[in-house]
Design a protein around this ligand. Structure first.
Ligand code: ATP
Ligand code: MG
Length: 393
């Protein structure tokens, strides 16, 4: 019996003139993953991508897992393939479904014909298949309102597909359909989640990590690079740029009022990010900021930081509680790495009484105490780039 993986489109269905472009990005992503897992044929029809193994040896579980991480699909299922005759559909259903129905007592069968030439109407076909299943699993009862398991039959162009284990897909829009953003990636919990959320809306990502050696360590950088690699599981390839803030932080420490340290640093980060974004072809920045989470994320502080930017700063975590962010971090597999205890440049020389209601004018007065342009250019020269490839962990 032949088995395939069916992946159901999400929002792409709603895209009018752009649909074929979105579709080709989606297919390219599925093919890239399929080629990594083994030998599969990837085709699409009627808002569904079909991944068919070319030998009996292919790792269907891994392929299924990969498909679940592709943005653009709302449902993923393994399905048995049958010829488009009632007899074959019933035969395959009776043979294929029992493991999926183990432990179930109440069953519903739904049929859907995209091929209207098929001789039976959907409810009639569902009835036939229900009968075939009950003949091999007589303890089951049909229950259309509260079933334990729903079996679905899809009669499509070439074949009929039978399945009972549809799972949720990753949702969203394929990565790359929404342009590019530069993610400010720290070693914390929030920024990988922010990157994931924007990638889910179609953004391809570059990442930028600021370090401050010797106040932060090589291990801290490795940790952030591991986070970037973990994110590739969903987001595809990520170039991670690294810039050193050591000189800037020392100059701030030596010349400015302590209460402003973090704000001044964050404005430098944003300025440098804008230049990097320009170089990457990214019209927007992405951060993991969440309103009120820390002193530098009060509304007033965000306004002061934002004023240093020449492009939109996307903050998908802005309205999320820490608990929700943590939940997502666990789901996408970045949490355990994020909580490894390495220092971040934002926690070097932290003020005892950071300004929570800063006024831009006052911040600019502090900035005027620095040789701003020279510090900026010197930091810019420290940049280098690491590349996180998918499947490289
Ligand atoms: P946490 O989970 O500890 O809050 P965080 O990454 O959100 O971690 P914050 O100090 O809250 O850290 O910083 C807010 C945002 O600023 C981060 O989400 C990230 O986008 C950016 N940021 C902070 N530190 C760095 C850094 N060292 N390099 C790049 N971006 C950073
Ligand atoms: Mg944070």
């Amino acid at each position: 019996m032949k088995e395939v993986i069916l992946c159901k489109y999400g929002e792409i269905i709603l895209k009018g003139a752009n649909k074929s472009q979105f579709e080709s990005i989606l297919l390219r992503e599925v093919r890239r993953r399929a080629a990594h897992v083994g030998q599969f044929e990837v085709s699409y029809a009627q808002s569904t991508v079909c991944i068919a193994p070319l030998t009996d040896e292919e790792d269907m579980e891994e392929m299924f897992r990969q498909a679940k991480h592709v943005f653009g699909f709302v449902g993923i299922t393994r399905a048995a393939v049958a010829e488009k005759t009632v007899e074959d559909i019933c035969r395959v259903a009776a043979e294929y479904l029992p493991p999926y129905l183990a432990g179930a007592r109440k069953l519903r069968v739904e049929a859907k014909r995209s091929d209207k030439q098929f001789p039976l109407k959907s409810p009639e076909l569902a009835g036939e298949v229900g009968g075939a299943i009950l003949s091999v699993m007589p303890h089951l009862k049909v229950d259309l309102t509260h079933p334990d398991v729903t079996v679905r039959i899809e009669v499509r162009d070439q074949y009929a597909y039978i399945h009972a284990g549809q799972e949720k897909g990753a949702g969203g829009i394929p990565v790359g359909c929404g342009g590019r953003g530069l993610l400010l990636l720290s070693g914390g919990i929030d920024s990988p989640v922010a990157g994931y959320m924007m990638a889910r809306r179609g953004l391809a990502l570059d990442a930028l990590y600021f370090e401050s050696i010797p106040y932060t360590s090589e291990l801290a950088r490795e940790k952030v690079f591991t986070l970037a690699k973990l994110m590739t599981e969903y987001c595809g390839k990520i170039r991670m740029h690294v810039i050193s803030l050591t000189k800037i932080q020392e100059a701030i420490r030596d010349n400015c009022d302590e209460d402003y340290f973090t704000l001044l640093l964050r404005r430098f980060m944003v300025r440098l990010s804008c230049r990097m974004a320009e170089q990457c072809g990214a019209p927007a920045l992405v951060t993991g900021e969440s309103l009120g989470q820390v002193a530098s994320q009060t509304l007033a502080a965000i306004c002061v930081t934002e004023a240093a930017s020449d492009r939109p700063i996307l903050r998908p975590c802005i309205g999320m509680d820490k608990e929700e962010i943590v939940r997502t971090a666990r789901e996408i597999g970045t949490f355990e790495t994020s909580i490894l205890p390495y220092e971040d440049c934002c926690t070097v020389f932290t003020p005892r009484h950071p300004k929570t209601q800063p006024v831009l004018e006052k911040v600019l007065e502090q900035e005027a105490k620095l040789d701003y342009e020279a510090l900026f250019e010197e930091a810019w020269l420290t940049r280098n780039t690491l590349v996180a490839e998918p499947f490289s962990l």
